[in-house]
Design a protein around this ligand. Structure first.
Ligand code: TMO
Length: 329
């Protein structure tokens, strides 16, 4: 209706307009692709800070880059379609399947394997163990009605927005919990801190490394050990009727991924990203600066780089970077 009206009254030739629009939308991303390396910024603090740190390292070597923002769920679309070139934190616990699919496309490779054993799972404060004997074993949870409740007294597990199907795990392990799904890392941290301040038992998605382990005494629930078969074979594990009756990997990897476009177009950017290998302390500090100190992500990245100034040469002093003019300090 609107289109017909505006057509009648404005006299615009929509056919021609449409052609121009289609031409622009088809051609523009292709050209943009050769100009800037696109760094993917997702929805938890350490990833956001590390993305900005890489952006600063690139800038110090005159490598052009820009930051592209999407929630973690959108990352595979962004990577697959060339809308992004680098993701600095791919976690095994929630992202291994999608990463493997991406790697089979041939235009992607692992840039770095961080020196980190990562884990993602259900976190609770240790003081809750006296209220729910048998923890950290998952079997204790079924016997603990009324302990991990929300403000309305409903037994609740607070999940994140990341990819693993927590509903399927709850069904397969017959756990008496409703899920409240939080939007991102900031909502998770807010809920966790609120519960800690009220000394309220909380059952909530969390991960290692993260600042939480430095601030509070807590543990992961131990589910049956992870096995890839558990995700696909109903018969595997304690429940023969449903898949997903197991944990996430308890000692997972953490990697960065990079497109072959960067390798071809920016040897210096490629070399920097390959050498940008993080430790657990690096990520703890990054998340701490944002979640506890409440710095903006941009400021946190600058503080993080400052703290690590002795390592900068190791990340940027590559022969591939010597040709580019350096920014004068
Ligand atoms: C993807 N995350 C580290 C927040 O679990």
């Amino acid at each position: 209706m609107l289109l017909i009206d505006s057509r009648r009254y404005s006299g615009i030739n929509w056919g021609k307009q449409l052609c121009v629009l289609i031409f622009l939308s088809l051609s523009f991303p292709v050209y943009a692709n050769h100009q800037n390396i696109k760094l993917l910024k997702l929805d938890w603090s350490s990833q956001q800070v590390m993305t900005h740190v890489l952006h600063l390292l690139f800038a110090s070597q005159h490598v052009n880059s820009e930051i592209v923002v999407t929630p973690a769920k959108g990352q595979w679309f962004y990577l697959n379609s060339g809308r992004a070139d680098i993701q600095v934190e791919v976690w095994e616990g929630t992202m291994s399947k999608n990463l493997n699919t991406l790697l089979t496309k041939g235009q992607w490779e692992i840039a770095a394997t961080h020196e980190i054993m990562s884990r993602e799972g259900w976190w609770y404060p240790t003081f809750a163990e006296s209220l729910c004997p048998g923890l950290p074993s998952w079997e204790a949870l079924a016997r603990c009605k009324g302990v991990f409740t929300n403000e309305d007294g409903i037994d609740t597990y607070y999940s994140g927005p990341w990819e693993k199907p927590e509903h399927a795990r709850i069904r397969a392990l017959e756990l008496p919990f409703k899920i409240t799904q939080l939007a991102d890392g900031y909502e998770i941290n807010h809920e966790l801190v609120k519960a800690m301040e009220e000394q309220r038992p909380v059952l909530i998605f969390n991960w290692y490394p993260n600042w939480v382990w430095e601030a509070y005494d807590g543990k992961f629930v131990e589910f049956p050990k992870y096995d890839t078969e558990c995700e696909i074979d109903k018969k595997w594990g304690v429940n023969p009727k449903f898949p997903w009756d197991c944990d996430n990997p308890q000692q997972g990897w953490l990697k960065s991924v990079i497109s072959s476009t960067v390798k071809a177009n920016s040897p210096c950017g490629y070399a920097i990203t390959k050498s940008f290998v993080m430790t657990a302390d690096d990520l703890n500090y990054a998340s701490y600066l944002v979640d506890v100190t409440k710095l903006s992500v941009e400021d946190a990245a600058r503080v993080w780089v400052d703290k690590n100034h002795t390592r900068i040469e190791g990340w940027t002093g590559h022969s591939e970077c010597k040709n580019t003019k350096k920014i004068k300090p």
